[in-house]
Design a protein around this ligand. Structure first.
Ligand code: C2E
Ligand code: MG
Ligand code: MG
Length: 760
């Protein structure tokens, strides 16, 4: 139960319900009512007419009115036979004895028809016990002949009137409030009543003092009406919803209008809160998205539509709690959806590895990551809309096999879950069993795939969830690469694994801050005995790990999915270097290495075409070296891509020839311009007859196919001469020049030229 109360839905009920007993919701109600009354008000009924005394220039205190002047005005009003009169102006009494007497007489002549209004001189929240000091009480002579009514308003935090009591005690004596008397109301069931802000105060009929005295107003306007004789500025203004700050008389009249309604009930915050929450809850339980949206829209509309409607029949409800409920629930949902989006794999809709590592694991659980072999290849053959189904089907199979419901889906065919730790032997057997489940092909739509699966297992209980998932993931990748079915995560590999996993960001950083750079190694035309080109070789001087061998981090970059970015960066840099070299008047060929992972990518040709266009270069400047490796996944696509690059003008070179599994097949498939003899053959040329034969016949074969032969790894003069004798065209190796930074490479060119002339 307690757990349930902590869900966004129940918190959206509880928090506003608790706040409803405090003043925290007042700002929401304030804004709501202000807007609501700005949009719609209706004219006041004409039963009350205001007679406005003009500002009296003679007196500094213009908020008081001299007694003879008031007597004159009241006399004029009396002639119109009003229903009753309220004097809402402090009288300057005692200065003019004749005038005071005249005023007393006029009031007496009215019978009991005149009341005197006194106003609180401060605006704010009230308790209902006052002293005479809070008011400008009229002189005894007047209050003896005319009853006194009091105007006081409870105000909210911005001094907007919200309610009034029916009567107040001033120094122990009861006085009715002005609005209550205006409405002829006795204290109702409730202690206070609320003004009816629907009344537009500008529509209350008014007559100015001068018009009244000169008779210039609608005849009969005052007859039979309630007349309020008032003096502007006699009390501080107070907030009137929809209108801003006004003289409190407007609120008194609105208060009387509120009381005059046949039915008035103020329900407070809770009823609307409960109603809105029930609709929200109904919406949250709907399975159908359309109904869910409709109910949530209804819940949102209710606080804006219902209160104005209820108001028409005299029921006031506060909206603050309901609106807060909607905001809390809506905010929590938006947050949940965001988290959901971050924690789900978009194609399959399954929770991702981030979601798995978001919470600590229970004690005694193993973390298992499964990786599907050839996953990218499977996806490449499937239409896009079946990608999600493919992942879901694998997850289902794993779920059935492991008896675990929650399978998490990472990118690149990784699936992860946790299960109760068994003894290692049992766990390995269990995973072997799961592997057997995948001997049956996957059937996705009309497509059938054979696949295999590898597992990474982490049993390091003490470590945090994120580390454990990463560890299992790294082990699964190791299993995939080594072809083993299960790889157990060794704690010592932890640092290595986290390094591998953060490689993505580190490569970008390395490219930015110059840790990754290109070395250039010269290539020599052996017959002419001079440099004719260079190979660009990537280098990484890591600040803490020192120089990292390209073989190692290229492999990691491939795994981390950063090889494309890295390669295009190399191409760009190498082009800059080649253009600089050729600007010195030489014809220099620049070789770059293309990862086996990239050669079959659909975007390869377009990207190279874009580079040619952007850098405005002759593609013949660049030689693209491809390692004839068996790890190319889609061989026909690779052959097509490379043929297209060659057709565009790029030179194509087969690197490390003789080391791969399908050298000859590659040579047959792929129209290439160059063949690079691997240094493993070259280094044995002088000592091993076998290698010498292989080199000799390879050179013959390459020449027969019209290709140039480049020998790599020439480390001494004797090897150089032997290769020259065998007819090799181009040489590369430490003897001719080590890979160097570009500046040193340029300087070295000259020196090498001199040394070479000594060689040949
Ligand atoms: P590779 O393309 O076969 O490059 C030749 C490698 O042989 C280089 O090693 C070079 O330093 C080394 N080498 C050159 N002359 C001699 C020699 O006389 N004796 C010996 N023992 N070695 C020599 P490096 O730079 O360590 O590169 C290793 C491999 O890394 C490269 O082999 C290439 O496959 C890969 N690589 C380097 N840069 C890139 C790149 O930008 N992109 C890709 N995809 N792979 C690259
Ligand atoms: Mg190479
Ligand atoms: Mg090579």
């Amino acid at each position: 139960m307690l757990k349930k109360l902590r869900t966004p839905l129940y918190l959206a009920l509880l928090i506003p319900a608790l706040l409803a007993f405090t003043d925290f919701l007042t700002p929401i109600d304030h804004v709501f009512w202000n807007v609501r009354y700005k949009l719609n008000q209706h004219p006041a009924n004409a039963s009350t007419v205001i007679v406005e005394l003009s500002a009296d220039g003679e007196h500094l205190d213009s908020a008081t009115v001299a007694s003879p002047r008031l007597a004159r005005v009241l006399e004029q009003v009396r002639r119109q036979m009003p229903y009753r009169v309220f004097v809402d102006a402090p009288v300057k009494y005692g200065a003019d004895v004749a005038g005071d007497r005249q005023l007393g007489k006029t009031i007496k002549d009215f019978g009991s028809g005149v009341s005197l209004v006194v106003r609180s001189q401060s605006v704010g929240s009230l308790d209902h016990e006052f002293t005479y000091r809070d008011f400008r009480m009229p002189p005894r002579a007047l209050s003896d002949v005319a009853p006194v009514v009091v105007s006081v308003w409870n105000a909210n935090f911005l001094d907007y009137a919200v309610s009034s009591p029916y009567s107040v005690k001033v120094d122990g004596k009861d006085y009715p409030t002005f609005a209550a008397v205006l409405a002829g109301a006795k204290a109702g069931a409730q202690e206070t009543f609320e003004p009816d802000f629907l009344v537009d105060p500008a529509s209350i009929p008014r007559v100015g003092e001068d018009s009244l005295l000169s008779g210039a107003y609608t005849p009969g306007l005052l007859t039979g009406r309630t007349v309020v004789v008032t003096q502007a500025g006699n009390a501080p203004n107070i907030g009137y919803f929809g209108k801003g700050r006004l003289h409190p008389l407007a609120v008194d009249i609105a208060g009387a209008s509120g009381l005059a309604k046949p039915f008035a009930l103020s329900l407070g915050q809770l009823p609307l809160l409960v109603l809105v929450w029930l609709i929200v809850r109904a919406g949250s339980r709907m399975a159908l998205r359309r109904r869910k949206v409709a109910l949530h829209a209804a819940a949102t509309a209710v606080p804006f539509v219902l209160p104005p409607m209820l108001q028409l029949i005299g029921i006031t409800v506060d909206v603050g709690a309901a609106i807060l409920c909607l905001c809390l629930y809506g905010g929590a949902r938006v947050w949940q959806l965001r988290v959901r989006r971050v924690q789900h794999t978009s194609t399959s809709g399954l929770p991702n590895l981030l979601a798995l590592s978001a919470h600590p694991f229970e004690v005694g659980r193993d973390v298992i990551v499964a990786v599907i072999g050839r996953y990218e290849e499977i996806l490449a053959t499937l239409p896009k809309d079946l990608h999600g189904e493919c992942a879901r089907q694998i997850a289902r199979r794993l779920s059935v096999g492991s008896g675990i419901e929650a399978i998490f889906n990472g990118e690149g065919g990784h699936f992860a879950w946790t299960e109760e730790a068994r003894p290692l032997e049992m766990q390995l057997n269990h995973l072997e069993g799961l592997r057997a489940l995948f001997s049956a092909p996957l059937q996705i739509g009309a497509f059938t795939f054979d696949t295999n699966i590898h597992f990474g297992l982490d049993r390091n209980e003490g470590l945090d969830a994120q580390t454990r998932v990463n560890s299992a993931l790294a082990s699964a990748n190791d299993a995939l690469n080594s072809g083993r079915s299960v790889e157990l995560f060794e704690a010592e590999r932890l640092a290595e694994a986290s390094w591998e996993l953060s490689l993505h960001a580190r490569i970008d950083e390395g490219l930015r801050n110059g840790e990754i750079w290109l070395a250039y190694q010269s290539q020599w035309d052996m017959r002419r005995g001079e440099p004719c080109g260079a190979e660009a070789l990537i280098r990484w001087n890591h600040p803490t790990r020192g120089p990292i061998a390209p073989d190692a981090f290229i492999l990691q970059a491939e795994r981390a999915g950063r090889i494309d970015a890295l390669t295009y960066w190399v191409v760009d840099e190498a082009i800059t270097a080649a253009l600089a070299l050729n600007a010195q008047g030489r014809h220099f060929q620049m070789s770059i290495n293309l990862s086996a992972q990239m050669v079959d990518k659909p975007s390869l040709v377009a990207n190279f075409a874009e580079i040619v266009r952007r850098r405005n270069i002759d593609p013949r400047l660049l030689t693209v070296e491809v390692t004839e490796t068996s790890s190319v996944r889609n061989r026909p696509a690779a052959v097509q891509n490379l043929s297209q690059l060659r057709a565009m003008g790029f030179r194509l070179s087969i690197d490390d020839f003789g080391t791969g599994e399908a050298s000859l097949a590659y040579l047959a498939d792929l129209p290439s311009d160059e063949l690079k003899l691997d240094r493993r053959f070259v280094s044995k040329l002088l000592t091993h007859d076998r290698e010498r034969h292989i080199i000799r016949s390879t050179i013959g074969l390459a020449h027969a196919l019209g290709q140039t032969v480049v020998a790599e790894g020439i480390e001494d003069e004797a090897t150089y001469r032997a290769l020259l004798d065998l007819g090799c065209d181009v040489g590369q190796g430490y003897f001719l020049g080590r890979p160097q930074p570009f500046a040193e490479f340029c300087q070295g060119l000259l020196k090498m030229g001199q040394r070479q002339s000594g060689v040949v």
